[in-house]
Design a protein around this ligand. Sequence first.
Ligand SMILES: NC(=O)C1=CN([C@@H]2O[C@H](COP(=O)(O)OP(=O)(O)OC[C@H]3O[C@@H](n4cnc5c(N)ncnc54)[C@H](O)[C@@H]3O)[C@@H](O)[C@H]2O)[C@@H](O)CC1
Ligand SMILES: [K+]
Length: 492
Amino acid sequence: MADMFPLYRGDQVRAMDRRAIEQWGIPAYELMTRAGTAAWALLRAQWPQVRRIGVACGPGNNGGDGYVLARLAREAGCTVHVVCAPGGHPRRDPAREALAAWRGAGGRVESFDGMLPDVDVWVDAIYGIGLSRPPSDAVRSLIERINASRRPVLALDVPSGVDADRGRVPGVVVQSRVTLSFIAAKQGLYTGQARDACGEVRVDRLGLPAIDTGQDPPSAWLVRDTDLSAWLAPRHANAHKGEHGHVLCIGGEVGMGGAVRLCAEAALRTGVGLASVATRREGVAALVAARPEAMTHAVEDATALAPLLERASVVAVGPGLGQGDWGRSLLDASLGAGKSLVLDADALNLLAVRPVPVPGAVLTPPPGEAARLLACDTAQVQADRFGAAHRLAQRYQAVVVLKGAGTVVAAPGRDPVVVGAGNPGMATGGMGDVLSGVIASLLAQGLPAFEASVAGALLHATAGDAAARVDGERGLLPSDLFPHLRRLANPA
Ligand SMILES: NC(=O)C1=CN([C@@H]2O[C@H](COP(=O)(O)OP(=O)(O)OC[C@H]3O[C@@H](n4cnc5c(N)ncnc54)[C@H](O)[C@@H]3O)[C@@H](O)[C@H]2O)[C@@H](O)CC1
Ligand SMILES: [K+]
C-alpha cells in the first residue's frame, strides 16, 4: 500500500489538542500562539509584498489564532485591520488572552458595519472546526464582502463556513487561496464543496511530534499522484499477455456504443493483457475499425454472453448498457458469473431498481447514481460523501468509488480513501466509462478490489490533471486521457 496521508475528523483533532495541553503540559495559549505564528510565517512567504492585512475574527479559538497573527503582523510593521465578526467577541480563554494581547500591543478592533477596509490580503479567522450551524445573516454578509473584495485569503484551520468533517457548506463560505490547517488534516477539506473553498491546503503540527497513526487512527486517508508508483510495479522481462488478465466490457446499447469503447480502450491503455467487448450488433463494425485490439462481439442475449464471461477474468458492465431488457439480461448474467465485477453507469441504475448485495464487486457511482442506490436525493449524498460511501459499501457489501470532487473509495472494514487529484474539466460524459475500464484493468492485472479502485481512481484523476495542464479544463474529452494514462501507468 502507498504511504498515504492521514485525515481526521474535528473531534479527533480536538482530542490531540487536549492531549497536548493535559499530558504534555503545553498551555492552550501557547498552542494558539504557535498557530498564529505559523500562519503569519506562511502569509509572509506566500505574499512577501503585502503591507495592509485584514483579519476577520470570530468568537472562538479560531478568532484567537487570528488575533495572534494580527499582533505579529503589526509588530512587523504592517498596517493591520482586525474586523470582529458580528457576535464575535471572544468570551473564553485562550482566545480572550489573544485579544487582550492584541489590544495591549496597541491594536484596535473594528466592528463590521457592512463595509470593509481596503487591504492587500485577508486572513479568515471567523470559524474553525467549531462551526455548529450556518453563519447568521450578518456573518454571511461579512463573508460575502471578503469574497467580493477579490483579495487573496489565507484561511486559518478551515475556510469559515465549511463543515470540516463532511466537506459540505451549509450556508456561505470564505473562498480561500490557501488554507493552513492546524495539528492534523481535516477529512472534510478534501472532498465535496469544501474542495472549492480551500485553495491549497497545508498542515502545520504546531511543534507536536509527528503523527503516530497507531495511537491516533485516522478517520480516512488521502492519496496523491506521488503515491501511484506504489501500485504500479514494473513488469518482469518475460511477461506474457496471459499474466495481465482479460477484461470483458459489456454495454453499448444502440446509440451509446462509444461508452463501451472508451471502457475497453482505457483497460488496454493501462496494461490489461486482453480486452473483449460484448455489445449490440449495430456497434461492432465501428468499434472494430476504431480499436482493432479489442475483440468485439455482437451479443444479443445472455446465452451469447455466456462463453465470453467464461473466458474473462474481470467483467466491467454498464457503460452505455441502457436500462431495457437487453441491459437487464446481460447484467443478471454477469452477476451470476462468479467473476470480479466492476459495475458502472446503467448497471448501477438497474441495480438501484432491484437492489441486491454484490459482495466484492466494485461500484463506481457519481452522486446521482449513488442517491438512487441509497434511495435518497443527490443533495443528501453530497452533504456527507464519507457517510454516503460508507452506507453504500455496507448496503451492497461492495467496494464503492463515489465519484465527484474528491472521489471517496469505501469498502466494508476498510478506512475510506480520498483521491487528492482530479479537476472539474473531468465532469464530462464518458469520463466514468474510462474510469471503469482503468479499475477493471488493474483488477485483471492482480490488484485486489479495494487497491484496484483506489489506484484506478487516482490514476484516472492524475491523467485528467495532466490532460488539463495541456490545454485547460474546459473542453477536456475522456479520450484526451489515454496518452496520459499510458504514461502514468508506467512510472519511472
Ligand atoms: N489550543 C488552542 O487554542 C488551539 C486552537 N485552535 C483553533 O481553534 C479552533 C477551534 O476553536 P473553537 O472550538 O473555539 O471553535 P471555532 O473558533 O471554530 O468557533 C466556535 C465558536 O463559534 C460559535 N459558532 C459556531 N458556529 C456559529 C455560527 N454559525 N454562528 C454563530 N456562532 C457560531 C460557537 O458557538 C463558538 O462560540 C480551531 O479551528 C483552530 O483554529 C488550533 O489552532 C489548535 C490550537
Ligand atoms: K477560518
